[in-house]
Design a protein around this ligand. Structure first.
Ligand SMILES: Nc1ncnc2c1ncn2[C@@H]1O[C@H](COP(=O)(O)OP(=O)(O)OP(=O)(O)O)[C@@H](O)[C@H]1O
Ligand SMILES: [Mg+2]
Length: 259
């Protein structure tokens, strides 16, 4: 189910990536894509075999992103046949456990299978957000090759800086070897608690990435909303506001970069 992006430009494709588990990739992908969809046409891509973003909306899906890839010579179906409508301005490209098979590259073409999938629908949207899995492997490399931008959710706690250097090296490698226009949009601090100082963590992260001005606070309502499948528009202001602010900052940072 695809309707035209009125601007008729190609979508800005953003990987939401961090190889550490539980940093907030899926939560930010879900609510940021909904916030962006208030003004723009958005496709949320579930690029994780855990299929957490898909399960937020559906108990099960008939077709999933793995059917579009053509991995190891499998028959492909068009991306638009797999896309599901969520709201007028928000669509989902769902995942399933089948994506767990996508681990080993057999040829150079296996690094751009996601890109080939998304190119088919890139003119239909203003933003495409890719909710990545917690890994540095073939899945992440595909996402980075398909993307214009990377946004890195980082949980606000002591050891979150560990591993950031590895993520930076992967982004840098893809930029040099396969996708020179890839741009690191920045890190978004998640689960921020007012009582805790961010200075040390922010300094550690800033060695590698710019840091967004918007922080996402820790709110119990966020996991609760996910259990109840409550969309951002139905959450209270304390949850909604930071995600709308983040959506505005994402728009601004992308506009500055494209000038
Ligand atoms: N700001 C927040 N406040 C409170 N809980 C949060 C917040 N952000 C995320 N969570 C919760 O933390 C858990 C992990 O978040 P999430 O699933 O978004 O991380 P992830 O990076 O996608 O994980 P994975 O690496 O497994 O894909 C979830 O239960 C989620 O509801
Ligand atoms: Mg996730």
């Amino acid at each position: 189910m695809v309707r035209k992006n009125k601007k008729a430009n190609k979508a800005n494709i953003i990987s939401i990536a961090n190889q550490k588990g539980g940093e907030g990739k899926t939560s930010i992908s879900l609510f940021l894509s909904e916030a962006l969809s208030e003004k723009d046409k958005v496709l949320l891509v579930d690029w994780d075999a855990q299929a957490n973003a898909t399960r937020f909306f559906f108990n099960s899906v008939k077709k999933n992103i793995f059917d579009c890839l053509g991995y190891r010579g499998a028959k492909t179906i068009p991306t638009s046949d797999v896309i599901l409508k969520i709201t007028d301005n928000l669509d989902l490209l769902p995942s399933s456990i089948a994506l767990a098979n996508f681990t080993t590259p057999f040829g150079v073409e296996d690094f751009s299978l996601l890109k080939d999938c998304l190119i088919q629908v890139q003119e239909e949207y203003s933003y495409i957000l890719i909710d990545c899995s917690p890994s540095l492997g073939l899945g992440l490399e595909n996402a980075l090759i398909a993307s214009d931008f990377v946004l890195v959710p980082i949980q606000t706690r002591a050891f979150s800086v560990q591993g950031i250097g590895d993520l930076y090296s992967t982004v840098d490698k893809i930029k040099k070897k396969a996708n020179p226009s890839l741009f690191l949009l920045g890190a978004v601090f998640n689960q921020y608690e007012e009582t805790r100082s961010l200075t040390g963590l922010a300094q550690g992260v800033k060695k590698y990435f710019p840091v967004f001005d918007t922080f996402i606070p820790r709110r119990e309502g966020i996991p609760q909303a996910q259990v109840k499948r409550k969309m951002l528009k139905d959450c209270d202001d304390k949850i909604r506001k930071p995600f709308y602010q983040l959506a505005n900052e994402v728009r601004e940072r992308i506009d500055v970069q494209k000038k």
